[in-house]
Design a protein around this ligand. Structure first.
Ligand code: NAX
Length: 325
């Protein structure tokens, strides 16, 4: 019997959690590898969480070696190998982005400290809850004994949206679209970049045209989340859980040879971005470690978009400075 991999999920009674957990116990992350699950919720939602745990048991998955439910982050993260930080407060009526940032910043500061106290030093932490880049920054900065490269924020849903929209436009299989990139913040300033993307080895821009790219596509990706809410009446959950799984799988098992994906990781100054920001870059992963893809050519259009999304992240960082030790 293989030793189970210990996975913690915060916000486990929420809608993304509900999609994610059942895929985790079906082997969707690590294949034929036993796991234990440690689920974290706010005290008011522990009843719902207990029901979710009952359902997980009722799946009788041979891969699930145990489930525990917690309202204390330190207990939830104890000895965790992999952590999904999904739990966050939603934006309420009349709430400004600043209010949302401050409220969630507190949550991620507490959870960063808890990770520092109880998770394995080798833990991989993926933040999903919004505003995700800055939440990941706060968690990382509050966990000084865990290497900064063990924290990431999820822009994989944006990356997958890019691939899906290109495939639909070109009438090809999503698997044929390579080298898409999402740069920057998971927000409307993100820069979905097709300038390096190919379909079957042919540059995507040759097929779709620069006008469609600049005038329709970029906004469509930036607004996709809002469009899902308008259409469905609630925010993306299945596709978000799928993206979280894909991000973590690539982080653990590696990106396919010659390909890359988008992850928001700690900037080392690559492409002129302020070091330390959690910025979405094209990354390749080998042996569990990501590396930012270097030396991609950026034209003036791309550089302008990178600067705009960086500027937003700098403002966000300034708003939560008091929580960054
Ligand atoms: P839900 O409101 O359905 O679930 C969130 C859950 O988190 C709730 O059950 C809540 O009780 C719990 N929670 C709140 N504070 C907590 C805390 N301090 N500790 C533990 N649990 C806590 O939201 P859901 O649709 O699941 O979305 C979760 C988060 O993902 C939101 O912040 C959302 O904005 C964000 N998203 C991020 C995406 C990304 O690409 N990075 C895309 C999808 C999604 O919008």
């Amino acid at each position: 019997m293989k030793t189970p991999v210990h996975i913690a999920v915060s916000g486990a009674a929420g809608q993304i959690g509900y999609s994610l957990l059942f895929r985790l116990i079906g082997g969707g992350l690590l294949g034929d590898q036993p796991i234990t699950l440690s689920l974290l919720e706010v005290p008011q939602s522990i009843g719902v969480l207990d029901g979710v745990a009952m359902e997980l048991h009722d799946c009788a998955s041979p891969l699930l070696s145990g489930v525990t439910c917690h309202s204390d982050p330190e207990a939830a993260f104890a000895d965790a190998d992999l952590v999904f930080l999904v739990g966050a407060r939603p934006r309420g009526p009349g709430m400004e982005r600043r209010d949302l940032l401050e409220m969630n910043a507190d949550i991620f500061s507490v959870q960063g400290k808890a990770l520092n106290r109880s998770a394995k030093r080798s833990v991989k932490v993926l933040a999903v809850g919004n505003p995700v880049n800055t939440n990941a920054l706060i968690a990382r900065c509050n966990a000084p004994d865990i290497p900064p490269e063990n924290f990431a924020a999820m822009t994989r849903l944006d990356h997958n949206r890019v691939v899906g929209l290109v495939a639909a436009r070109c009438g090809c299989n999503p698997g044929d679209v390579k080298h898409a990139i999402v740069w920057g913040n998971h927000s409307t300033t993100q820069y979905p970049d097709l300038q390096h993307a190919t379909v079957d080895g042919i540059p995507v821009l040759d097929g779709v045209g620069r006008d469609w790219y600049e005038q329709e596509f970029i906004t469509a990706v930036q607004q996709r989340g809002a469009e899902v809410i308008r259409t469905m009446g609630r925010s993306s959950a299945g596709s978000a859980a799928n993206a979280a799984l894909g991000h973590m799988r690539d982080w653990v098992l590696g990106t396919p040879e010659g390909e890359w994906t988008s992850m928001a990781v700690c900037s080392d100054g690559s492409y002129g971005i302020e070091p330390g920001l959690m910025f979405s870059y094209p990354v390749q992963v080998r042996d569990g470690a990501w590396r930012i893809v270097q030396n991609l050519e950026l034209d003036a259009f791309s550089r302008e978009h990178l600067k705009a999304t960086e500027a937003e992240l700098l403002i966000e960082r300034d708003m939560v400075r008091h929580l960054i030790p």
